[in-house]
Design a protein around this ligand. Structure first.
Ligand code: AMP
Ligand code: MG
Length: 389
């Protein structure tokens, strides 16, 4: 090969290599969304185009659900409280309805109208403080999920000062959306981490189980309490160490008991939920933290039964165009909403996420509680995941 031919060959080879590498393999991407650090790693299948579309979707959800952006749909509803109903997108309506279903099933322990209390305590803001009792009493009067009025796509909060806050569920929903998107894109395995709200999707290249650490609440930045070995699942933790401030040696954190108006103080330091629905994991980690161990484990058993509804359970409302014969509303099988995307979350007759069983696990919903003495209490499936049985 003469010099010129060799030059052409090398140039061609280099260009084709860089073309391949520009389409392929962008390392995991991290951006700040939902006020937290969000990372997606699609390993060998991660391309710039894929990450662009995933993060575009994440930012668009943040724009709709944020309580810190005045033009978000949630803040428009809040600003119009006591005045007028606000028309919202199918997507926000969908998540709001799920949140209200969790409120119903937890007897209001999980309450998406907890906004006035969240605002009053200001956890994680520069105005965080311990409010006066009269302020808490006033805010408590504005917290009542059963007063949210929904008519078609219009939402109305009947009293001025009422505020929606979907911070306890939206990252889970977003993780489900992203998990769906990566699968649609043909990605074989991915880790989605939205501020610690984890979804491990697909199977690892070497077929081994995923390993997901659960933080040690006593030293969350530097050590893990345990590591779970899991098949595809979502793993979501609610803990006292996530967002808090300390005043007079008392820790005030971000999970508020809607009955007392105070951060939950029940000797627990974290609750981790494992299931194939990140939406369910997120709502349940917050709920089970508030409910405590006894009621929390009982709720999981109840959900396990309701997950496959029998003929006796009536469908409250039909929002999608068909049911699948088990009494489920079918989203995620072609249902495209007003924003032109497919909603990946299927619901049961009770309006809660339908949760598939993870490979090799006995139950659809699993939980791990850690208390202030670092004792751990978990469902049987999880004991196997960290080698306890
Ligand atoms: P998580 O970190 O998922 O447990 O969610 C905590 C977030 O949910 C808080 O930062 C609030 O935005 C919101 N939240 C706090 N208390 C409640 C509650 N009782 N019910 C529903 N959402 C809550
Ligand atoms: Mg949550």
């Amino acid at each position: 090969m003469n010099f010129f031919a060799r030059f052409i060959f090398i140039a061609f080879f280099t260009v084709s290599l860089s073309f391949v590498s520009c389409r392929k393999a962008e390392a995991a991407r991290t951006e700040l969304v939902f006020g937290t650090v969000c990372t997606v790693n699609a390993f060998d299948d991660g391309t710039t185009e894929l990450y662009n579309s995933l993060f575009e979707r994440l930012h668009s959800m943040d724009e709709k659900f944020s309580t810190s952006k005045s033009n978000s749909e949630i803040e428009k509803i809040n600003a119009a409280a006591g005045k007028s109903a606000v028309e919202i997108s199918d997507e926000v309506l969908f998540v709001l309805k799920i949140a209200l279903s969790f409120a119903e099933i937890t007897n209001g322990a999980f309450d998406p109208t907890v906004g006035p209390l969240v605002k009053l305590w200001g956890i994680n803001t520069e105005y965080a403080r311990v409010p006066e009792q009269w302020e808490i009493d006033n805010a408590l009067k504005l917290v009542d999920w059963s007063r949210v009025k929904i008519e078609e796509n219009k939402v109305f909060l009947p009293v001025e000062g009422m505020r929606l806050d979907l911070g306890g569920i939206v990252k889970g929903y977003a993780a489900d959306v992203l998990a769906f998107m990566v699968k649609e894109a043909g990605v074989k395995c991915a880790v989605i981490d939205l501020g610690g709200n984890i979804y491990v999707a697909g199977k690892k290249k070497d077929r081994s189980l995923w390993r997901v650490g659960v933080k040690n609440p006593q030293n969350p930045e530097h050590s893990t309490a345990i590591t779970l070995s899991l098949p595809e699942n979502s793993v979501v933790t609610s803990g006292v160490y996530e967002r808090f401030f300390i005043k007079n040696n008392i820790r005030y954190h971000h999970i508020i008991n809607p009955k007392t108006g105070y951060p939950v103080d029940n000797g627990l330091t974290s609750v981790t939920i494992v299931s194939k629905s990140s939406t369910a994991c997120d709502a349940l980690s917050t709920s089970l933290f508030i409910l405590g161990m006894e009621k929390g484990f009982a709720l999981l058993k109840q959900l396990e039964r309701q997950n496959f509804p029998t003929a006796g359970i009536t469908v409250k409302e039909k929002t999608a165009d068909s049911t699948d014969g088990m009494g489920m509303w079918l989203f995620g099988s072609g249902a495209v909403n007003d924003d032109g995307f497919e909603n990946p979350v299927k619901l049961t007759a009770a309006g809660l996420p339908f949760v598939e069983k993870a490979e090799g696990m006995a139950d659809c919903f699993n939980a791990l509680y850690i208390d202030s003495e670092n004792y751990m209490y978990s469902t049987e499936d999880l004991k196997k995941c960290y080698g306890m049985s």
